[in-house]
Design a binder for this molecule. Structure first.
Ligand SMILES: *[C@@H]1O[C@H](CO)[C@@H](O)[C@H](O)[C@H]1NC(C)=O
Ligand SMILES: *[C@@H]1O[C@H](CO)[C@@H](O)[C@H](O)[C@H]1NC(C)=O
Ligand SMILES: *[C@@H]1O[C@H](CO)[C@@H](O)[C@H](O)[C@H]1NC(C)=O
Ligand SMILES: *[C@@H]1O[C@H](CO)[C@@H](O)[C@H](O)[C@H]1NC(C)=O
Ligand SMILES: *[C@@H]1O[C@H](CO)[C@@H](O)[C@H](O)[C@H]1NC(C)=O
Length: 337
């Protein structure tokens, strides 16, 4: 907004609702442009004065960032480099949001490690080819989706890193990059080119998304180590029965398992605690109670609420075994064909 528009708006406000203006002493600094603590081209709302918004301004570089700013938004610009000194007055920056720019990995060396309070770093939709680093140990949330990342560096010492989003990149192989991330709860590696499951993932994971890769087998006992894993997606991979050892998905903490769009002929055994099971578009030949219930009894039944079996031509309503509903006692949606 330019100053003319601002004056007009102020006139409208004081004319139309003068009462409000008098009662609440409408602050001039509500409009960032007039505040001394904001870059002139950006906006720092009065209600959120430590945030600076510089979105959609066709910026080619990071504007002046005054001391006191903790949350910096630079989305939808044309930033293709960051000066070494860009953040010299805001080394206590907490959030840095750089989505939709033209940043390349080689232009970001050593930029972030000086930001000792940084918690959130988002560089989605850029031109990264490697993960960025080194990163400050304070980091909690890292998003690098929709880039062209083929290589991950080490995330060494990032003890508070809880969320990592790496979906829509070109990762083929991940060897031990995640070791030591003892707070990691959420990892999204979907839409990459992984041919095998990464080794050395932290056991603290609650959510693991690996859908839309090229994974064809699961190492024996792979998921057993994750004592709290609740959400696991492996849809759109190349899983066939031969690549799945017997109890791979019998993990008692799992609530949701997505194995849709693979090449399974048999239904992998799951724990009775599972609530959502997605198996659509496979090559399933039969449905057996033992995939869901080891034994049947008054207190022994599957907790499955949603079961998807559609897109498996040989699974029909009549192919369901008669005692299926004794096992799937609390299912409220079973989708067939
Ligand atoms: C940091 O603050 C100093 C002193 O006000 C100023 O000269 C310098 O340009 C600022 N740096 C940036 C990158 O904004
Ligand atoms: C950056 O990415 C955009 C969009 O993917 C692409 O059009 C452009 O050519 C890339 N630039 C460079 C320098 O790689
Ligand atoms: C990690 O988080 C805890 C709790 O918020 C905090 O006390 C600690 O200083 C953080 N560690 C680092 C390295 O920032
Ligand atoms: C499905 O059943 C038909 C015969 O009913 C059989 O010819 C075919 O091989 C079966 N397909 C699969 C994927 O099991
Ligand atoms: C799943 O594993 C548990 C032990 O971890 C075992 O007791 C149970 O029988 C297994 N379930 C099936 C259906 O094999």
């Amino acid at each position: 907004m330019n100053l003319g528009a601002f004056t007009l708006l102020l006139a409208l406000i004081s004319g139309a609702s003068g009462q409000y203006y008098d009662d609440y002493d409408f602050p001039l600094s509500m409009y960032g442009q007039l505040s001394p603590n904001c870059a002139p081209e950006c906006n720092c709302p009065a209600s959120y004065p430590s945030a600076m918004y510089c979105d959609e301004l066709k910026l080619k570089s990071v504007p002046m960032v005054p001391p006191g700013i903790k949350y910096l938004y630079l989305r939808h610009n044309q930033i293709d480099h960051i000066d070494e000194k860009a953040f010299e007055n805001v080394t206590d920056l907490q959030w840095l949001i750089l989505d939709h720019n033209l940043l390349e990995s080689s232009k970001l060396k050593g930029i972030f490690s000086k930001l000792k309070q940084l918690k959130k770093l988002h560089i989605n939709y850029n031109n990264l080819t490697e993960s960025v680093g080194p990163l400050p140990k304070s980091l909690e949330d890292l998003q690098l989706t929709h880039n062209k990342i083929t290589k991950l560096g080490s995330f060494d010492g990032l003890v508070n890193l809880t969320f990592i989003h790496l979906q829509h990149n070109q990762l083929k192989d991940i060897s031990a990059s995640f070791k030591g991330l003892k707070s990691l709860e959420y990892l999204d590696l979907s839409f990459n080119q992984l041919t095998k499951l990464p080794s050395g993932l932290p056991t603290s994971l609650l959510t693991l998304y690996l859908d839309n890769n090229k994974i064809s087998n699961i190492p024996d006992e792979y998921f057993k180590r994750f004592k709290g894993l609740q959400y696991l997606r492996l849809s759109h991979n190349e899983l066939a029965d031969s690549g799945i050892p017997g109890n791979s998905f019998n993990v008692s903490s799992l609530l949701e398992l997505d194995l849709s769009y693979n090449k399974l002929k048999n239904i992998p055994t799951v724990s009775e605690n599972l609530e959502n099971y997605y198996l659509e578009v496979n090559q399933l030949e039969k449905l057996e109670v033992k995939s869901f219930c080891k034994i049947l009894g008054p207190l022994s039944y599957s907790k499955i609420k949603h079961l998807r079996l559609d897109g498996n031509r040989n699974i029909t309503q009549t192919s369901l075994p008669p005692n299926m509903y004794e096992c799937l006692r609390v299912a409220n949606e079973i989708t067939i064909t």
